[in-house]
Design a protein around this ligand. Structure first.
Ligand code: NAD
Length: 273
């Protein structure tokens, strides 16, 4: 029971395939009490049964991070129902679909502002607004992707947002360290979810990752959930500002091995043994 006695809020559950759900489930299994938020009424219908299943039916609140009033209302609800928080999970991202494929230089200013606001600034705002509830020795976790570090086809605008999110994680970690608050990010390998469905050629991305990662498979929300729980627990109490890869090792590869190319992707080449 690594999370026994800990209370936290998880933002970003859309359905049972969400990475946020995997993290929440792992925390509850380890004894945590978790509050949930939902983006809109359509998703509320999905989130409530999942919260109930995890023993949190009374702790489900609206929170569209584009609406500062809803963040302030979330603070009031959590203050009333939880009093104090030991962890926050920020598992939220959005970019207009047209900015997740095609020519990079076609990205509009409007799409850029939306993606940066929802996917990056929201981490700063949520942290600031909920900070009065955070206990000494608390932990904040966000979710990023390798496309914020290296070029990934079609990831386009979200790559820029993830890059900014990773630096935001580090600056927040330094700033909040003096308050005993840790801030980390998990860089997850690709997983089929509502959000990833918007990325062009996503199925190829899954295939490519499984073929070339050292562990030769894709990650699950349970894999990310368990690693997330570790970063929220006291097991990681000396870890902050970290971008922790949960990707079956994909990010260490400089070049796929010739054998993998031949056997798994059927990409032909003219090299010699
Ligand atoms: P998901 O669709 O299940 O979760 C994304 C969540 O963002 C949804 O719950 C959605 O309601 C929420 N959201 C969007 N706009 C919002 C707003 N204005 N206010 C509040 N919430 C809003 O998909 P997911 O893949 O679980 O994504 C969670 C996080 O993981 C994202 O940051 C995503 O970029 C990141 N990530 C995903 C993958 C992947 O392959 N699925 C890989 C690495 C990182």
């Amino acid at each position: 029971m690594l999370m026994k006695g800990k209370k936290g809020v998880v933002l970003g559950v859309a359905n049972a395939k969400s990475i946020a759900y995997g993290i929440a489930k792992s925390c509850v299994e380890q004894g945590a009490k978790v509050a949930f938020t939902y983006l809109n009424e359509a998703l509320e219908k999905r989130v409530r049964p999942l919260a109930k299943e995890l023993g949190s039916e009374d702790y489900v609140y609206p929170c569209d991070v584009a609406n500062p009033g809803e963040i302030k209302a979330l603070f009031e609800s959590l203050k009333k129902d939880f009093g104090e928080l030991d962890f926050i999970v920020h598992s939220i991202a959005f970019a207009p679909k047209e900015s997740l494929s095609g020519r990079f230089y076609d990205i509009s200013k409007g799409a850029f502002d939306i993606a940066m606001g929802i996917s990056v600034y929201s981490l700063i705002e949520i942290t600031r607004e909920l900070k009065p509830l955070l206990s000494k020795n608390s932990s904040i976790l966000t979710l990023t992707y390798y496309g914020g570090v290296k070029y990934i086809p079609n990831y386009n605008l979200m790559g820029i947002a993830k890059s900014a999110l990773e630096m935001t994680t580090k600056y927040l970690a330094e700033d909040l360290g003096k308050d005993g608050i840790r801030v980390n990010a998990i860089s997850s390998g690709p997983i089929k979810t509502l959000a990833s469905a918007g990325i062009g050629d996503f199925r190829f991305m899954l295939k490519w990752n499984a073929a070339h990662a050292p562990l030769k498979q894709n990650v699950s929300i349970e894999d990310v959930g368990n690693s997330g729980m570790y970063l929220l627990s006291d097991l990681s109490k000396a870890v902050t500002g970290e971008i922790h890869y949960v990707d079956n090792g994909f990010n260490i590869m400089g070049m796929p091995s010739v054998k993998t190319i031949d056997n798994k992707t059927k990409i032909s080449w003219n090299g010699e043994e």
